[in-house]
Design a protein around this ligand. Sequence first.
Ligand code: BGC
Length: 366
Amino acid sequence: MMRPSLFATLLCFTLLGGNLADAQKAETFQLQNDNNLKAEITNYGGIITKIIVPDRNGNFADIALGYNSVAEYQKATPYFGAIIGRFGNRIANGSFKLEGKTYNLVKNNEPNGVACHLHGGTKGFDKVVWSAKRISKNGEKGLMLARRSPDGEEGYPGNLDVTVTYWLTNSNELRIEYAASTDKATPLNLTNHSYFNLKGEGNGTILDHILSINASRFTPVNQGLIPTGELAPVGNTPFDWRTPHSIGRDIDSKHQQIVYGLGHDHNFALDKSEPESLTLAATVYEPTSGRVMEVLTTEPGIQFYSGNFLDGSLTGKKEIPYERRSGFCLETQHFPDSPNQPSFPSAILHPGDEYTSTTIYRFSTQ
Ligand code: BGC
């Protein structure tokens, strides 16, 4: 019997429409596995521009929100598909103390009127061109992105050398491996900010997707979406995803945390027997297509964000406006504001230590 493709292939082509201040060329790279799943990644921001996976009848669709050109990502994006760094999520008041010194970062976000630093600043890892190299290992193909984040970039200390490697495996996993080292102690919390809609991007809201998260505790936030420092039990709250249920079920609840987040926008402390083990963090099932996405990670936390700030003003790849809650994110991470929260797992990388982190998005149908 003929198989559609014997080996994973990796194609590279120039993405049209880029107008990069960096004068470096943005390209997109396509990964394809033996089962014809595809992922496309541009080295501008390491953005995953497409994830094409089958439904239960074998019909393929692109389930990643985003745009058709780099120019559109440069114009306005709520971090669609991007690498986030140096620090995923918020740092209170844009400031932290490290080894006796106070560092002030740009305040680029103001939820409910309270200013903070979000997702690495005004020109974070999502807005720079990375060097890109096609790689392969054990018959599988990947893309390795690399860059040096210079000392002082966006206010962070130390020269930081980072690689982010994407693999599309023949087990239908999009595997992301992060590695970094520094010459001065620095906060570091790398993640990917893909927005998913398992019906296919542009096909309405994600409210009927069925979610489960393997977490008995979450980190409640204050009005400015900064963790209070508490690890609260999820039992009898809208944050108990230990039993799968629809994303929409409690999304308009009057629970104070839902009111602050304008819906779901919270970090969960994952249940793990070994702190840095690669474990199942979350599962999402979309009943009409049968698509299932599992998220596995070595990280201690995951941010579940239900796309509350999408408002129809951004138009996606199919020329359809992305309405409120038409995509969701599951961002694996250390807990928000960790540099100011001594009780949270440390998110400080020291010289001589190697930062490593792995996250897998695994696709199947049911
Ligand atoms: C945050 C949201 C934020 C969004 C930006 C998410 O990671 O949790 O609060 O609005 O990113 O698009």
